[in-house]
Design a protein around this ligand. Structure first.
Ligand code: ATP
Length: 299
């Protein structure tokens, strides 16, 4: 049996519309399924645990965006009952879907899940005990995630289906006031001292923040995390270089450095906000550990 967890508010309401289409399609195919709708933040994790413990599901499918993907996989790991994860993208960013080349159209994505193929194993990260599926970011982008979450304009813009706009406003607000920091980065025991750091991103897939290619060489099943550091760049040089991140050409910029490893420790001279798959959850210091090929996905 298939278990669906739907975030109806993902993608500014797209989650619910996508589910209505899928429900019709599942009924037409006489598929046997259970569905659970989230009613608040964080609930998808609990629902995944319930589906695994109380129903005999062979696959759990998250309908929503990257926040929902994170919560559902976190629940699956918490329940510790092996099960294949499937995803139907209905969020605003959908980095997981892009990073794993999943179909964007909901019915095509369902077809893909129903096709019965064996799951493929992907790496997960553990960040101070919590699960990360796509990426973790400390510094500038952690602060952007915090400001967006707390902003009064977020709900207002969401109501008008302009969720992306609130993110852009937050980027500009944080950019104007952001102070860089000193960071000690330890990758598999090897320390590097970094000055004037804007951000440290640790990625499992190349895609980031809904369309950026922060770590173009990240591979989701190689047992390694790819680390991108942006440091020693002035504000104006950063503005000029920013568009390069959309096609991955920032890799040649002198202010951008990459590292790779299985265990990444980020410490800073002040507390830096950290986002995990786009949701603010921690502050530095953090330890990111790769859990190699620890989740099966329909991919
Ligand atoms: N019923 C609900 N009401 C309010 N928030 C919810 C509800 N259900 C889930 N959430 C929260 O909505 C947030 C956003 O969900 P999600 O990330 O799936 O969508 P998105 O932000 O539109 O997409 P993306 O992350 O791909 O940009 C998550 O933090 C989740 O916990």
């Amino acid at each position: 049996m298939l278990g669906f967890i739907v975030n109806p508010v993902s993608g500014n309401g797209r989650g619910l519309l996508v589910w209505k289409r899928l429900e019709k399609e599942l009924e037409r195919r006489r598929a046997i399924f259970r569905v659970k709708m989230t009613t608040k933040q964080g609930e998808a994790k609990k629902l995944a645990v319930e589906l695994l413990q109380k129903e005999e599901v062979s696959k759990i499918i998250a309908v929503g965006g990257d926040g929902t993907v994170n919560e559902v996989i976190s629940g699956m790991k918490k329940a510790n009952i092996p099960c294949i994860f499937g995803h139907i993208p209905a969020g605003s960013g959908n980095d997981f879907a892009r990073g794993h080349s999943l179909p964007g159209d909901p019915v095509a994505a369902l077809e893909h899940i129903l096709s019965g193929m064996e799951g493929k194993a992907i790496d997960l990260f553990r960040v101070n005990g919590e699960i990360a599926v796509n990426a973790v970011g400390a510094g500038f982008d952690g602060e952007v995630a915090r400001v967006t979450n707390e902003a009064a304009y977020k709900n207002w813009l969401n109501r008008w289906r302009l969720g992306r706009m609130s993110y852009i406003i937050s980027v500009i607000r944080v950019f104007l006031s952001y102070r860089t920091s000193r960071v000690k980065l330890t990758v598999d025991g090897k320390e590097t001292r970094l000055e004037k750091v804007w951000l440290v991103a640790v990625a499992n897939i190349p895609n980031y923040g809904g369309g950026m290619l922060i770590c173009p060489k990240a591979v989701p099943d190689d047992g390694m995390a790819e680390v991108c550091v942006v440091s020693n760049v002035s504000k104006w040089s950063l503005i000029r270089a920013f568009p390069m991140i959309f096609n991955g050409s920032h890799v040649r910029h002198p202010g951008v450095r990459f590292f790779r490893g299985k265990q990444i420790v980020i410490e800073a001279d002040r507390e830096l906000k950290v986002h995990v798959d786009g949701e603010v959850s921690a502050s530095t210091p953090i330890t990111v550990e790769v859990e190699p090929r620890s989740q099966l996905i329909c991919g």
